[in-house]
Design a binder for this molecule. Structure first.
Ligand code: ADP
Length: 404
């Protein structure tokens, strides 16, 4: 089935178009700076040089129009008529408690997504703008929502309820939701295949380490715990986000510095993590470079990052009462072999024996432990768009009773 995948964020819209039966998109691209001066379209078609264009994109609907025009472009496009698109899959960040899997979008789903907006005020509104634009511009074509939170809907209650007064769960739905679900789902499936089995037989810890990072315990195919929670600031320290900190720090700093709630959130979301500690950058490559040059804070931020990931792997092995496979993915997980080495050193007691020479690569799908390592570690490049395309196809086929 020909599927268009749309990831509509606050200031960018990413897209990929998959032709029936293919696992790599024939065209893909991104529009950045939507709604701002100097919006940029970057578009790639298999076999051609990347196209870059600065053009006015006043809102998300205009952005989607431009994407649809590109798909029909004689040179850079992939179809003669938009009617060749059989379904559109949309990344949606927050499905709240209402959605435990991908769904065909109808008016009731739109309403439920609007109800989730309070839980993801930065993400769900632009996701909805993308969905509404496609519904308007491609009427009659089925749309599917694929949620970042859905894979974690299997968390047991004791893992998702926070130890604060229970009434706040009842009143505001404050609980652990977890994010990056599509990525954890995809890499745990692929990682199991690499071991010649299926994930329902394995206890897996998946480490999605990018600008935003999260770790998940995937016990025989089900997510049973994950490091992101109600929001996207907790767990391991990220590019600019704090990760787990003592909650006592929050009121202390607010009182000492006179910060408002918004200012405090900005500090924890935009000024902490690798950037906050290193005072250099949020980007792992910059920090590694500075650390090599002898910068102490850069080196410290790397150590803290590695330490938290190690702690979570240990914690989740305990949670699952065992561990067969650890998977690294996303920008740092796929490319940062130096960081993988820092994390995986001295883990023999858990059954992990890193093969240092096998580990020295970037961006490939490979096992990096020794032959006799009881627990295997794999690097699996994530592919959220393919996962969204697969889910979309599944949902649409089910609806039609499998006619495609
Ligand atoms: P996002 O969460 O924005 O999707 P990515 O998954 O693209 O983020 O990850 C971005 C992170 O990956 C950055 O910290 C970047 O420095 C890191 N990264 C990318 N390439 C490398 C590399 N070759 N070595 C180390 N880190 C890398």
């Amino acid at each position: 089935m020909n599927i268009l995948v749309i990831n509509s964020g606050s200031s960018s819209i990413k897209y990929q178009y998959f032709k029936k039966g293919e696992t790599t998109p024939i065209v893909k691209g991104i529009i950045e700076r939507v709604g701002m001066e100097g919006a940029i379209l970057s578009h790639t078609k298999k076999g051609l040089d990347k196209l870059k264009k600065v053009l006015p994109v006043e809102n998300h609907k205009k952005g989607i129009e431009i994407i649809l025009d590109m798909l029909e472009d004689k040179k850079y496009g992939a179809l003669k008529s938009l009617s060749e698109i059989k379904a559109v899959g949309h990344r949606v960040v927050h499905g709240g408690e209402a959605f435990s899997g991908s769904v065909l979008i109808d008016d009731d789903v739109i309403k439920a997504l609007e109800d989730c907006t309070e839980l993801a005020p930065l993400h769900n509104p632009p996701n909805l703008l993308g969905i509404n634009a496609i519904r308007e511009l491609l009427p009659g074509i089925p749309n599917v929502a694929v949620f970042d939170t859905a894979f974690h809907s299997t968390l047991p209650k004791h893992a998702y309820i926070y130890a604060i007064p229970y009434k706040y769960y009842e009143k505001y739905k404050i609980r652990r939701y977890g994010f990056h679900g599509t990525s954890h789902d995809y890499v745990s499936t692929e990682g199991a295949k690499m071991l010649g089995t299926t994930r329902d037989k394995l206890k897996i810890v998946t480490c999605h380490l990018g600008n935003g990072s999260s770790i998940a315990a995937v016990d025989r195919g089900k997510s049973v715990d994950t490091s992101l929670g109600f929001g996207t600031m907790c767990g391991i320290p990220m590019g600019t986000r704090a990760g787990d900190i003592d909650p006592a720090i929050v009121p202390f700093l607010m009182e000492k510095e006179g910060f408002s709630a918004t200012e405090m959130r900005d500090i924890l979301y935009k000024k902490s993590g690798l950037l906050g500690i290193s005072e250099i950058s949020s980007d792992m490559r910059d920090i590694e470079k500075k650390a090599m040059e002898g910068d102490e804070k850069a080196a410290l931020s790397l150590k803290i990052f590695a330490y938290y990931v190690k702690k979570y792997i240990g914690m989740y092995a305990a949670v699952m009462n065992g561990l067969d496979l650890v998977i690294f993915t996303a920008g740092i997980g796929e490319n940062g072999w130096e960081m993988r080495e820092m994390i995986l050193s001295d883990m023999e007691f858990l059954g992990i024996k890193l093969d240092r020479s096998r580990n020295r690569f970037r961006g490939e799908q490979k096992i990096i432990t020794t032959e006799d390592s009881r627990v295997k570690v794999a690097v699996v490049p994530t592919n959220e768009e393919l996962m969204i395309a697969r889910d979309t196809e599944k949902i649409v086929k089910n609806r039609r009773g499998g006619d495609e």
